[in-house]
Write a protein that binds this ligand. Structure first.
Ligand code: 5GP
Ligand code: MG
Ligand code: MG
Length: 181
């Protein structure tokens, strides 16, 4: 299948993202101050840029780990079923944990991931999502911290892909198809 032609409109500039990451890091710092070593868990692959920026703004001892759960694939449909494709490498029992997600959309992914991680008995578990699309929610969940609330648009950039492209854009853009009337 050939790719439909599309263009990307800037939704959130790199500058706005950086300013927000700084604020969020301060709040996370206050929440976890005094921690022995915070385990920051990035949900692959969409959160890899966000987690890199967050941990570099965070003045706390951190360990970085990753978890991969299945979500979109190459289609623009959210799957209801969440499968763990890659589990954590480290132990989180009795530890402080921060889960870093790119987007909370229907809420299924974050709900399932939190459930899975809670079962491992962390001391404290908190969640942060760069983006939130509240209008799309199917499960009642909200990340403890949210970077930006956005409308129901398909976004790319800053780690987030469309068919494995555009993750390297330094800003968040929304995909607009040029063949749409
Ligand atoms: P949920 O389980 O909350 O419906 O889905 C969350 C996941 O769907 C996100 O982590 C992200 O991977 C994917 N997703 C949701 N909205 C978008 C979007 O606008 N663009 C892209 N590329 N992925 C999205
Ligand atoms: Mg994701
Ligand atoms: Mg994806």
């Amino acid at each position: 299948m050939t790719q439909r032609p599309y263009t990307i409109d800037t939704l959130i500039s790199a500058k706005r993202i950086a300013a927000r990451v700084e604020q969020l890091a301060e709040e996370i710092h206050d929440e976890f101050e005094g921690t022995d070593k915070l385990v920051v868990v990035g949900l692959l692959r969409g959160s890899f840029v966000f987690i890199a920026d967050v941990v570099r703004e965070l003045d706390l001892p951190v360990e970085v780990d990753f978890l991969e759960a299945s979500s979109y694939g190459n289609a623009m449909e959210s799957s209801r079923e969440v499968r763990i494709l890659k589990d954590l490498r480290g132990e989180i029992a009795g530890r402080d944990v921060l889960v870093v997600e790119d987007i909370v959309d229907t809420g299924h992914t974050l709900t399932q991931v939190v459930k899975l991680l809670q079962a491992k008995d962390p001391k404290k578990l908190r969640t942060i999502a760069l983006l939130d699309k509240p209008s799309r929610r199917e499960v009642d969940i909200k990340a403890d911290w949210t970077g930006f609330e956005i409308p129901d648009e398909f976004v790319v950039g800053y780690g987030i892909d469309f068919a494995q492209r555009n993750r390297n854009l330094p800003y968040i853009g929304s995909v607009r198809f040029l063949d749409e009337t």
